[in-house]
Design a binder for this molecule. Structure first.
Ligand SMILES: *Cc1c(COP(=O)(O)O)cnc(C)c1O
Length: 428
């Protein structure tokens, strides 16, 4: 990408995004970005359902020959309209808190379409999930024991294993390594078997989720191989759940997980495995990022362009309170000045208004940025709004869903009143 207005559009054309330059104006999901901004103001998250649908289809197609179930890991983006939409595209739900379970039920998922995969929760929360009738995933030996005491063989469970595979974009999002708090070590398999036998627990699924941003299809295949081996010890198995961690491209040249290759190889392996079993097992995945990351952009308005001795800052009406990934994980979000497609490219460091360092992108080439311009941040569908907070007492952003050529406001911008509703004012 070296200068010239055309290269900005060329970049976008090579990304799986709904942001495009058409007739000299930026559009998202076929609608002028200006119209979307007018609808809700900024900052605002905008999602395009067409990309979510395309991603679901891509995964289904890749595993067309396998008994596949896609459980959307909803912590990535929990707006209830998005949950309903993904259900209509045929996914189930992977949840990590009882609140997500209840949200899923409220969105219309049947209990058997929901898997509860918590970590370090109180047993009460697991009991509540059982009452609600959802699948539960057990993540520790102690919890398996509690579960066996309480339910014996009455409620089937899935067991989350830690295969000790080192994978994932960085250590904060890697969950399968030796020091990880997640899952039951595969080396504790004998112990698991003892508890299962002793309490008559019916293990209907085995699960692993080794982290986020896993590039290599080989890592999934390695993980799957471990599950296939362990599976021989559990006669009541109905599914093997390989979690997620599919990497999506943040730049055109980024390599992403080769889903199609994985589908071919894993599909063949599963077929061999199932050939030897009375009852074939299903293959489950729990993608979050893969389904929704590329569907979203985050729009913010430039408040100020500030020249310092060292750099030029573009400061927007948002910050790490609304999109924390760059500061938390060092994530790259491509930034486009959607207000000035003909502007001359210059180098900017894009920052927020939070009173601590909150940089969205260092030394980015943008079409000339002026006060009032709107900047678009790509790959904002996953872990964007979901991780937003009221830090600095700022309201959280609005959300818009573009569906079949129409924009819908699916969350209004918060007000100060919203922030005060849960506070209790006392006389001291
Ligand atoms: C977060 C999470 C996922 C989704 O991970 P992505 O990288 O967003 O695909 C899947 N399964 C479990 C158990 C998770 O905690």
């Amino acid at each position: 990408m070296c200068g010239g207005a055309g290269s900005f559009a060329a970049f976008l054309e090579r990304m799986n995004t709904s942001l495009e330059l058409r007739d000299g104006r930026y559009h998202f999901g076929g609608l002028p970005v200006d119209d979307l901004v007018r609808m809700a103001g900024t900052p605002v998250y905008v999602y395009d359902s067409a990309i979510m649908e395309r991603q679901v289809k891509r995964l289904k197609d890749a595993f067309a020959d396998s008994p596949l179930r896609i459980m959307y890991a909803c912590k990535a983006l929990t707006n209830i309209n998005v949950l309903r939409l993904l259900r209509s595209y045929g996914t189930g739900l992977d949840t990590v808190s009882i609140q997500e379970v209840e949200l899923g039920l409220r969105a219309g998922f049947a209990p058997e379409e929901i898997l509860f995969t918590p970590n370090m929760v109180a047993f009460d929360e697991l009991k509540r999930a059982v009452e609600l009738g959802v699948h539960v995933n057990i993540d520790s030996i102690a919890m398996l024991e509690h579960f066996g005491h309480a339910y014996g063989g009455k409620v089937p469970v899935c067991v989350r294993l830690n295969p000790h595979i080192m994978a994932g974009g960085n250590e904060r999002i890697s969950t399968g390594h030796i020091d990880s708090k997640f899952g039951i070590s595969v080396h504790q398999l004998r112990h698991v078997e003892r508890i299962v036998k002793g309490s008559g627990i019916r293990v209907n699924g085995l699960h692993m989720h080794t982290g986020s941003d896993i590039l290599d299809a080989e890592v999934f295949l390695q993980g799957a191989e471990i599950l296939f081996e362990v599976a021989e010890h559990f006669p009541h198995l109905e599914f093997l759940d390989l979690g997620s961690g599919f990497k999506v491209p943040y730049k055109p040249d980024d390599i992403s997980t080769d889903i199609e290759e994985l589908g071919t190889q894993l599909g063949a392996r599963l077929k061999r495995f199932n050939a030897g079993r009375a009852k074939p097992v299903e293959l489950w995945f729990e993608p979050g990022k893969f389904l929704v990351s590329e569907s979203g952009v985050f729009l913010a308005t430039v408040n100020l362009v500030k020249h310092t001795t060292a750099t030029v800052f573009a400061g927007v009406d948002s910050g790490l309170n609304h999109l924390i990934r760059p500061m938390l994980y060092g994530s790259y979000h491509h930034i486009v000045n959607v207000s000035n497609p003909q502007g001359r490219p210059r180098i900017y460091t894009v920052v927020g208004y939070i009173c601590e360092t909150d940089t969205f992108g260092w030394d980015r080439k943008l079409e000339e940025v002026r006060e009032g311009d709107v900047l678009a941040f790509l790959n904002a569908g996953a872990y964007g709004f979901a991780m937003a907070s009221n830090y600095n007492s700022r309201p959280r952003p609005a959300e818009i869903l573009v569906h079949q050529g129409r924009a819908h406001l699916i969350r209004r911008r918060e007000t100060l009143e919203d922030q005060l509703t849960a506070q209790v004012e006392v006389t001291l």
